[in-house]
Design a protein around this ligand. Structure first.
Ligand SMILES: Nc1ncnc2c1ncn2[C@@H]1O[C@H](COP(=O)(O)OP(=O)(O)OP(=O)(O)O)[C@@H](O)[C@H]1O
Length: 327
């Protein structure tokens, strides 16, 4: 059996808001997820559903209010300092915004070389060779052409490639990329997803990719991996791309798929998009026990307003959290 690379166990996150911080907002509600070593996972959902919060907690950039995250079987609550130092390098995070995450006055060589010196202790010719290799690996070609350039010389896609190369300097085994394509031109997006697929395929790096684009999710997972659909801080549907995108069950997943843009004008004209009862994100507190989608769902029944549905198995490749639709 493959080793579990990363696991979230009963992870919840509550933020306090308001003047005296007395209003509590449940942003993640009892999330359970695991990703095997060398596998791929997409976490998909619309804005404000908790994707970034979950990604940051998985990367230990933020702490859950309750629950635990495990890296390679080690609980981040119990880990000792030296073990954590060792594990930290293995889990790297790629930010949504490549513009903000790169030092504007450092050359591209320095952006990659500095962490290489720190993480791998490389110097001189070996350092130069490694910078060359990493730039080549992320498709910044020919690598030495970029050595003395600066981030502002690159396109958005190029900057995201550079941000990925920088994350690779730590030789990670898990890469968590938070919407890495949302701030770059449409035409460059597929290439970044392809790069992440290649890193997974050729270098066996476990990749967790946060997305709101269903087409990109399908492209990333059609050969392997899973898609987890998040709504109101809950995983509402999870499974292979074949199951979740081809045979969606949850009403939210269906709406997400049917409203994703399609290029063919004929298909776009003829398709029907279900109108939801509300387009606002749900407001839930720590004590809320309902289906997070119940305020928007056209099919809700009484139970949906008072009992939070748990993820249940439909088949080996498909899980669903819905009181009404179960298969
Ligand atoms: N530090 C914070 N304090 C209070 N509320 C927060 C904080 N960070 C996030 N939130 C709230 O948590 C909810 C989920 O935010 P999150 O950024 O995780 O969603 P998201 O799905 O990643 O959305 P987006 O795609 O817009 O980034 C939102 O309602 C957001 O306003």
């Amino acid at each position: 059996m493959s080793e579990i690379a990363i696991k979230a166990q009963n992870v919840s996150k509550i933020y306090s808001q308001g003047l005296f911080k007395k209003r509590y907002k449940l942003v993640l509600d009892n999330i359970n997820l695991e990703v095997k070593k060398g596998d791929r996972l997409v976490i998909i959902g619309e804005s404000g559903m908790g994707k970034t919060t979950l990604a940051r907690i998985l990367a230990n950039l933020d702490a859950p209010s309750s629950g635990d995250v495990y890296w390679f079987g080690t609980s981040l609550k119990d880990v000792n300092r030296s073990e954590y130092k060792h594990l930290r390098k293995k889990v790297q995070y790629v930010h949504q915004d490549p513009y903000a995450s790169l030092h504007p006055s450092k050359t591209i060589f320095k952006i990659i070389a500095d962490p290489l010196k720190k993480c791998q202790g490389l110097t001189g010719r070996k350092l130069e060779e490694k910078v060359y290799e990493l730039l080549e690996m992320v498709g910044l070609m020919p690598p030495d052409y970029f050595f003395n350039k600066y981030p502002h010389h690159l396109s958005g896609g190029g900057r995201q490639r550079l941000a990925i190369a920088r994350a690779l300097t730590a030789q990670p085994e898990i890469l968590i990329a938070d919407e890495p394509i949302s701030m770059i031109d449409m035409s460059l997006r597929a290439a970044i997803i392809k790069l992440l697929k290649d890193l997974n395929d050729k270098h066996n790096i476990t990749v967790i990719l946060i997305l709101h684009d269903i087409g990109a999710a399908r492209y990333f997972t059609y050969e392997k991996g899973e898609i987890a659909v998040i709504y109101g801080g809950r995983i509402v549907e999870k499974g292979t791309s074949e199951e979740v995108i081809t045979r969606p069950i949850h009403p939210y997943t269906k709406v997400l798929i049917s409203s994703s843009p399609i290029a063919d004008p004929e298909l776009a004209r003829n398709r029907e998009i279900e109108q939801l009862r509300s387009h606002d994100p749900p407001i839930r507190g720590p004590e809320t026990k309902n289906c997070p989608f119940s305020h928007a769902c056209n099919y809700f029944v009484d139970k949906c307003l008072s009992i939070t549905p748990e993820l249940e198995k439909v088949n080996a490749d498909h899980y669903i959290a819905c009181h009404v639709f179960k298969d």
